[in-house]
Design a protein around this ligand. Structure first.
Ligand code: PMP
Length: 427
């Protein structure tokens, strides 16, 4: 039995000693005390099926034994030294990560978070091209640090601080976008924006292939190919944010950008790379990396032995357990079942995604696509009651984000879909 502090005590302490911007899910916040693979346990011992993975972070599963062993063994041996000394863990991890990349993407930088990764990528783009302007998509989330907040384009997260030369172009959203799934219309908007909103040259373009925080929005097919050409002609480099879409989660491919048939100049990653460890990375070509050698680029904890050993174990486990194929199989089954729910529930406006990166958007009117914000909240609470944790996303909070640990099974998917079906029928 759990003997730690109660939810009320934790909440009171959070209110007293942590920032007022913190928010929590659920009317009665969950006090999570333990995690095991795809399950989380609260302070009463109740088990929940975790379909949000600590915000798409726990890739292999909570406290996966092989990763736990790797971290524990390394912690006993050496926790920290920094790159001013040699240690094999960071080098081994960098080699393994680079082997997962196409083309000449083989220079790895380790950082501690997704925001840091995108911050570094943006700096590289600017130094390499000599330009300042960055192009990012509306509805994007690329971080909450003062520089990456400029790239982020959801008003709910943005403080009014200097943006620093960021241009937000039309989102190639097949469901809500003005051009539907026609990538050409949105790509033309990028060219227009460069022609009429910049000097004609830009430093770079950044996008996720499936927007996570924005509500599992998959970019219109073919969009990245068209836009990467436009950006390169404008002297810029292309950055793929794989913080949520990487490591096989999309099922069909190991990296999100591969689903659009492009090769970025810089790739950023975090979250799933560490299965919960604070870890991020930027990978680029030797040519782009060379500009960073003009000064010292250093990160005290980046690629420290414990995170590197854990990250290496993550790569190993994902391969050994064939998680990409598993995401494809379970994800396709879940998507098919979710789509069939649309016949029974008028409120489901759109089911989208790939693999285990899925979004279900609720609308009060399918034609007008009016966000069913209140109804989403009710179903969200109901799912929790039934023992299932999902995420919420999109600017209006009317999209369920289903992005479980990759060990999520077909039975888990069926349970989730049945629970959603039941909860919607109770509305
Ligand atoms: N990029 C994407 C796509 C993300 O989803 C996030 C986090 N939600 C970030 C960057 C920022 O990562 P972090 O919170 O680790 O700084």
């Amino acid at each position: 039995p759990y003997i730690g502090p109660s939810a009320d005590e934790v909440l009171a302490k959070r209110k007293a000693f942590l920032g007022p911007s913190l928010f929590h899910y659920y009317n009665k916040p969950l006090n999570i005390v333990e995690g095991k693979m795809q399950y989380l346990y609260d302070d009463s011992g109740k088990r929940y099926l975790d379909a949000f993975a600590g915000i798409v972070t726990v890739s292999c599963g909570h406290c996966h034994p092989e990763i736990l062993n790797a971290i524990t063994d390394q912690s006993k041996l050496l926790q920290h030294a920094t790159t001013i000394y040699l240690n094999h863990t960071i080098a081994d991890f960098a080699e393994a990560l680079a082997s997962k990349m196409p083309a000449n993407l083989k220079v790895v930088y380790f950082v501690n978070s997704g925001s840091e990764a995108n911050d570094l990528a943006m700096m590289m783009a600017r130094l390499y091209t000599g330009n300042l302007g960055m192009i990012s998509l509306r509805n994007a989330y690329h971080g909450g640090s003062s520089s990456t907040l400029g790239l982020t384009a959801l008003n709910t997260w943005k403080y009014p601080i200097p943006e620093g030369h960021v241009h937000h172009v039309m989102n190639p959203d097949p469901y809500h976008g003005a051009f539907g799934a026609d990538a050409t219309g949105y790509a033309n908007d990028v060219q227009d924006h460069i022609n009429y909103g910049t000097s004609g040259n830009v430093a770079g373009f950044i996008a996720e292939t499936i927007q996570g925080v924005g509500g599992a929005v998959e970019l219109a097919p073919g969009y990245l190919k068209l836009v990467y050409d436009i950006i390169h002609k404008a002297g810029g480099v292309c950055i793929a944010d794989e913080v949520q879409t990487g490591f096989g989660r999309t099922g069909s491919h190991y990296w999100g950008f591969e689903t659009q048939g492009v090769i970025p100049d810089i790739v950023t990653m975090a979250k799933g790379i560490g299965n919960g460890l604070p870890l991020g990375a930027v990978i680029t070509t030797p040519e782009i990396a060379s500009v960073m050698a003009r000064k010292i680029q250093f990160n005290t904890f980046g690629g420290n032995p414990v995170c590197s050993s854990g990250g290496l174990a993550v790569l190993r486990v994902l391969d050994k357990e064939k998680r990409q194929a598993h995401c494809h199989e379970v994800g396709s089954h879940m998507l098919e079942r979710l789509r069939s729910l649309m016949h029974r529930h008028e409120i489901i406006g759109n089911v989208r995604g790939r693999g285990l990166m899925v979004g279900v958007e609720l609308v009060t009117d399918r034609k007008a696509k009016t966000p069913a914000k209140a109804e989403t909240g009710v179903v969200f609470e109901k799912l929790r009651e039934l023992g299932i944790l999902v995420g919420k996303g999109g600017l209006n909070g009317n999209v369920f984000r289903i992005k479980p640990p990759m060990c999520f099974t077909k039975d888990d998917a069926d349970f989730l879909v049945d629970a959603l079906d039941y909860s919607l029928s109770k509305l």
